[in-house]
Design a protein around this ligand. Structure first.
Ligand SMILES: Nc1ncnc2c1ncn2[C@@H]1O[C@H](COP(=O)(O)OP(=O)(O)OP(=O)(O)O)[C@@H](O)[C@H]1O
Length: 635
């Protein structure tokens, strides 16, 4: 088709004639003329943005490119032989990633199939990337479908990539400089691009929902584990937190909502869309055969589902760790994730040395636990002696640490006493909350460390001591030094090596820790188990008290749960905002809950199943709550 024929066709379409073009092309031509005021008689060369702007666009798309890279490379390997080039553009249409045959670079650059080219509709007229951004759909813009005559040799196929919140994040495009005449020749290309996008979105959802349950769906059981069509993520309260585009369409169909309104899907309860509760969905794991994992969607359709618990993704990495066989003490430090592996390597090297170590971390992050690991891995034969400097009254700290001679002070034992420092002879002295040590005691401790001698209170002859000191503080000691409340010289004696423990909410091996604590609190060698919803609640809670708070919560649940299975109701109330609305943890709240339960039971004439249904909980939960609140079944 020549230049004038192309212009004439655009004119005819503008006047309402049907020239046989696809409706998406017709709509785009209309946008070009009416909205962007483009003139088809004035062809424009491809627009390539400046280096600086390209750098900005690439930086913004960095995470996405990182996640998409293996999918892009795989797709490119599949299509490169047929001379396709591959472009990834951001949501403004700027090409941020490009894979193509370098020998065609000049021609490709000229045609705009290159890094930095801008393929938005207002800039380039009808084109695959631009039309894809405008419509949100996968499509092919083939040869004369292009609005601008400059681009009519090209055939381009593009599919949108959505982020987990349902917003368009990028566009994946494969293009040919020259192609067969028939547009249908590109059907296979559309299929390939769409399935690559599906995989990229799935990888993105998995990467973004480390603490959530991920549910994958397929219409046939055979594809469930290998190539699911849709996926969503769900938090411990049963709320939808993310989705792939397939997931958005599935939810939208089920709920009778437009998929273009993701705000009407994210945050909703998963039970609004499926005929199954959160526990039932969480149980659809690989433990059962794909054909048995069938669930009913609220629109009446049936699907196969696969639930992936957060901990399964992390434990996959743990296998490599087992192979490395670290010394047993160091293995207790945490799961096989990069930050903990790095810490483990440091501990392994530092433990056998005699260097003083300073441990830093918020309260409950495991500083004492780590100090014991350092001691156990050091190979020394002496004892591990822990001293909490904040817990000993100020006037006693010196005698506790350094010991005292007979009759040193009123109330002292007649024969005197060995101090804790001497108790640690040949072993490790762990000074917890060292920041709380009084200034005078700091000076004495400094002398012990500098001279390797301890002088008991009231004594005149120092005694030789040999021990390793590990200290810890949740307060920033460096700031205390600057403020003059901690001795600078002591600070430098203690911090020859510094190890920092992350807060629990930052630990990537969180599921590993949960499993260790379930083992710890299990009875007769059998670890406790967590129901799916309870595990999700635990993984989603912020844990300001860190591992200690988690440890206490699991100990509490262990005492309440039946048959070693921890359900949501067994967890401390403050973890379960949904099951127990705010305030129910208080006595007044309990009374209200009890009154509610009694009234409902009375209204249902003592029928527990009916009462549970009205309260929106299952029968087992109802029984458990009745037991907890001391409610007998009315007769
Ligand atoms: N890596 C771990 N694996 C299993 N349990 C752990 C781990 N780290 C800590 N814990 C447990 O968490 C609890 C708190 O740990 P620890 O007392 O060592 O914290 P801390 O940082 O010294 O606290 P504080 O600052 O309040 O003194 C303990 O019960 C400990 O056994």
């Amino acid at each position: 088709m020549g230049f004038s024929d192309h212009i004439k066709e655009i004119e005819r379409v503008w006047q309402g004639s049907n020239t046989g073009r696809d409706p998406i092309v017709v709509d785009s031509w209309r946008r070009c003329l009416a909205t962007y005021q483009l003139d088809p008689t004035r062809p424009q060369e491809a627009v390539i943005v400046s280096e600086t702007r390209l750098r900005e666009h690439r930086q913004q798309a960095e995470d996405l490119v990182h996640i998409a890279r293996s999918g892009l490379e795989r797709l490119y390997r599949q299509v490169a032989e047929q001379n396709y080039v591959l472009l990834l553009s951001d949501r403004q249409g700027v090409t941020v990633e490009f894979l193509g045959d370098a020998s065609f670079n000049n021609n490709l650059r000229k045609a705009g199939l290159y890094l930095g080219s801008e393929w938005s509709e207002p800039r380039a007229g009808t084109c695959a990337v631009g039309a894809c951004i405008a419509t949100g759909e996968a499509l092919t813009i083939h040869q004369t479908d292009h609005f601008d005559i400059t681009h009519t040799p090209l055939s381009c196929t593009a599919a949108p990539i959505y982020d987990t919140q349902g917003a368009l994040a990028a566009v994946l495009d494969i293009s040919l400089l020259s192609s067969p005449i028939l547009k249908t020749s590109q059907n296979m290309a559309r299929h390939l691009v769409s399935s690559t996008v599906r995989r990229i979105e799935l990888a993105n959802l998995m990467a973004n929902s480390r603490h959530d349950l991920v549910l994958r769906f397929a219409g046939a059981p055979e594809f469930l584990d290998v190539d699911p069509e849709a996926a969503i993520s769900v938090d411990g309260g049963g709320r939808i937190t993310g989705m792939t585009h397939g997931g958005a369409r599935l939810l939208a169909n089920s709920g009778g909502v437009d998929w273009r309104s993701p705000e009407r899907l994210i945050g909703r309860q998963v039970t609004d869309f499926f005929d199954a509760g959160l526990d039932e969905l969480a149980s659809l794991t690989r433990a059962s055969l794909p054909q048995d994992r069938r669930i009913a969607v609220r629109d009446g359709s049936l699907l196969y589902a696969h639930a992936i618990e957060p901990q399964q993704r992390v434990s996959g990495v743990a296998i490599g760790w087992a192979a490395a066989r670290p010394p047993p003490a160091i293995a207790r430090l945490g799961g096989a994730v990069p930050a903990i592996d790095a810490l483990r390597r440091k501990v392994e090297k530092l433990a056998p040395s005699r260097l003083p170590i300073l441990l830093q971390g918020q309260t409950g992050t495991g500083k004492e636990y780590l100090a014991r690991i350092v001691h156990d891995a050091s190979g020394v034969t002496g004892r591990f002696v822990a001293v909490n400097c904040a817990a000993i009254p100020e006037q006693l700290i010196e005698s506790e640490l350094f010991g005292y001679t007979p009759g040193a002070f009123t109330g002292a034992l007649a024969k005197g006493r060995k101090g804790l420092i001497e108790e640690a002879e040949g072993g490790t002295l762990f000074l917890d909350e060292i920041g709380d040590m009084p200034f005078a005691a700091q000076s004495r401790l400094l002398r012990v460390l500098a001279e390797g001698e301890v002088m008991p209170v009231g004594g005149s002859a120092p005694r030789k001591v040999d021990f390793r000191v590990v200290s810890a503080s949740h307060r920033p000691l460096a700031d205390m030094v600057a403020a003059g409340t901690f001795r600078e010289d002591l600070y430098y004696r203690l911090n020859a090596a510094v190890l920092a423990l992350p807060a629990l909410c930052e630990r990537e091996d969180f599921p590993w820790l949960v499993d260790r604590l379930l083992e710890k609190h299990g009875r007769s060698g059998r670890p406790l188990r967590l129901a799916g919803a309870a595990r999700l609640l635990i993984l989603n809670y912020r844990w300001p008290g860190n591992i200690r708070e988690l440890d206490n919560a699991i100990a509490f649940a262990a005492a309440l749960c039946d048959d070693g299975l921890i359900e949501v109701e067994d967890l401390p109330d403050h973890l379960t905002p949904l099951a127990h609305p705010r305030g129910l943890a208080t006595a007044a709240g309990e009374r209200r809950e009890e009154a509610d339960l009694r009234a409902t039971l009375a209204a249902c004439k003592g029928n527990v199943s009916e009462a549970a249904r009205r309260l929106g909980i299952d029968r087992t939960t109802m029984h458990r709550r009745m037991r907890r609140l001391g409610i007998d079944r009315p007769h």
